[in-house]
Design a protein around this ligand. Structure first.
Ligand SMILES: [Mg+2]
Length: 276
């Protein structure tokens, strides 16, 4: 393994699974801190703020300043600010996402309610962009207003394309991608995706770190999300077997990761050897 200077770490299946810290995670993060390596935790979460994700890491005994977490919702908001600051935007998502967007400087037309503009003089169709996150109380009116805005020329931005959302009882709920798909079908428009497997979230993290892509690596357990995103971002990838992927699947992964390792304990051993 190469002596990487920048690590982008997926969380579920890499650092923890549910409430359980995975082997080597605490030790690897301590080594990153001790050796001055740059790193970010990369979450596809379309609801949680970086502060909420960081609080979970700290609860599990892993040091995590809020600024070390990049969530897809935050990256999508930053992307929207970069392209649509000061312009009207329609947000399909729960109040915390709409409030995050407003706090970041976006002019959110439906800040208080989901299904009508707060300013009656500004219908959804004046929006320059529609930002779609997970919305657990989405209504037909939400989909209709969003579709109307896109048909009137607004740019459609999706936090991620996750079809499903794992829930505690082993079932899966519809994910952000399911809501986005409804709006894409209704508006006959493909959304621009920020979260994994799109490279945007990784490129934003690398940019914020002023990282050299040649010595950066994405570490994840999902071929279709983490490895695909790293591949699209043009950086090396480490596929771990501590989460979703079996050794048999890893052997035929497409895109192929740069290296396949068991867990962060093995990453630490390899990283130490590479740094010698
Ligand atoms: Mg994962």
């Amino acid at each position: 393994m190469k002596d990487y200077q920048t690590y982008l770490l997926d969380l579920d299946g890499v650092v923890y699974r549910g409430e359980q810290v995975l082997p080597g995670a605490r030790e690897f993060v301590a080594w990153l801190d001790a050796t001055g390596r740059a790193y970010r935790y990369i979450s596809n979460n379309s609801m949680a703020s970086p502060a909420e994700v960081a609080a979970k890491l700290r609860r599990l005994g892993i040091p995590a300043p809020d600024a070390r977490v990049v969530t897809a919702s935050q990256a999508a908001i930053e992307y929207s600010v970069a392209h649509f600051a000061g312009q009207p935007i329609w947000v399909v998502g729960l109040p915390p996402l709409r409030q995050m967007a407003a706090r970041a400087g976006l002019r959110v037309l439906n800040l208080a309610r989901g299904d009508a503009p707060d300013d009656p003089a500004a219908p959804a169709t004046v929006a320059r962009a529609v930002l779609v996150g997970l919305h657990r109380t989405v209504t037909y009116a939400d989909l209709r207003e969003a579709a109307h805005a896109v048909l009137a020329g607004a740019t459609l931005i999706g936090v991620n394309r996750d079809a499903q959302l794992p829930v505690e009882d082993g079932l899966v709920d519809p994910g952000c991608g399911a809501i986005l798909a409804a709006i894409e079908v209704a508006s006959r428009t493909q959304g621009q995706i920020i979260g994994k497997p799109a490279p945007a979230i990784l490129l934003a993290a690398l940019d914020a770190l002023h990282a050299d892509p040649a010595t950066a690596v994405m570490v994840g357990d999902a071929i279709e999300l983490d490895i695909a995103a790293g591949h699209a971002a043009g950086i090396d990838t480490i596929l771990l077997l501590s989460g979703l992927t079996s050794p048999a699947r890893a052997a035929t992964a497409d895109p192929a990761p740069t290296v396949v390792l068991r867990d962060l304990a093995e990453v630490l051993a390899q990283a130490r050897a590479a740094a010698q």
